[in-house]
Design a protein. Structure first.
Length: 106
């Protein structure tokens, strides 16, 4: 009877072998993961840190920039209108004083 192992002993031996194999596999994977994590931490340490802004901050700054551009545009338009007024008055004055002279379109 001792010549052949009993079925439960075979199952137990197979189970132990499987557990041993799984444990070795787990340890290898854990070691590989730790090495990879170390490499990533080193990469992060070397990498230039870029601070990120929230989208709300970006939107607020864009809105403020837009308002400033509208205000500057209005100021420039008023200046141009004023310059056009001055030029037209000077033109009228010159024509009154000197009559029709040669006009240069430069």
């Amino acid at each position: 009877m001792d010549a052949q192992p009993q079925p439960f002993k075979l199952r137990k031996a197979a189970k132990r072998k499987l557990q041993r194999r799984n444990r070795l596999r787990y340890l290898k994977l854990q070691e590989a993961l730790q090495q990879h994590a170390g490499a990533l931490e080193l990469h992060i340490a070397k990498r230039h840190v870029v601070r990120t802004l929230s989208w709300k901050d970006v939107a607020d700054e864009l809105r403020l920039g837009c308002l400033e551009s509208f205000e500057e545009n209005a100021v420039l338009r008023r200046r141009v209108a004023h310059c056009e007024l001055v030029v037209s008055k000077l033109k009228a004055t010159v024509f009154q004083e000197f009559g029709s002279v040669a006009v240069c379109d430069a």
